[in-house]
Design a protein around this ligand. Sequence first.
Ligand code: PAF
Length: 280
Amino acid sequence: MLIHRDIPGLRAALGPWRARSARIALVPTMGALHDGHLSLVAAARAAAEVVVVSIFVNPTQFGPNEDLSRYPRDEAGDLAKLRDAGCDLAWLPTVNAMYPEGSATFVEVRGVSEGFEGAIRPGHFSGVATVCTKLFLQTGADVAAFGEKDWQQLQVVRRAARDLDIPVRILPVPTMREADGLALSSRNRFLSAEERAKAPLLYAALRRAAARIVAGEAAGAVLAEEDAVLRGEGFVPDYLALVEAETLRPLDILSPGCTARVIAAARLGTVRLLDNIPLD
Ligand code: PAF
């Protein structure tokens, strides 16, 4: 597995693959890799001949009061996992390689990035869209794999690639869960034992809500009930919402033919849990 940390090195390494028109799949990550990330690598592996995994804790997607400094980092462990997973090239840009002195260009995605996470974390999706755009252009990836767990992020990145005519296919990969239903996340390690035992209740609430909405109940009342259940268990929900899957437009009832998702974010102690479920 090749490892590169600057753009000239990356370009030189990708050159021979490009010369023989090998398809390149990118898996963008911020490291602290778990089995969910490795499922993205496996999906990338199945989609292309060359797999590039980026590890970059992107400062522009963290707000001033967010956890950039406490974001978990384990470069040696991550590289060992990537070697085992069959990654061809690990792209580990330094902050200076990604944002050289004087960088002044950002990608803003309107509409889909404005509600939910975008409203709670101003600037977050601009940071995500900017770094993903740069990663697509740096690697020239044909395919890029993103987890469905960060549903709004997936839609923002897809919109940005489409709007900027970047010829990358965004490959969504289903959320990996623990046996009790908790979605895998790098932040789960910060849950106390008691919080970890309660954390799967978020997915349980989503499943109950989805079943009732599919059966014809109005989302507003169902989600208000589930919000109260979660609060009773010690969660502080930021939102629980039925949305149109691609645009994130809020919905109250499911209309025939509409692809929808219930999305949620809730704090449990100091950890923010995100999850979502399809209503197919
Ligand atoms: O989901 C993540 O880990 C990050 O938001 C991403 C897509 C790697 C961009 O920094």
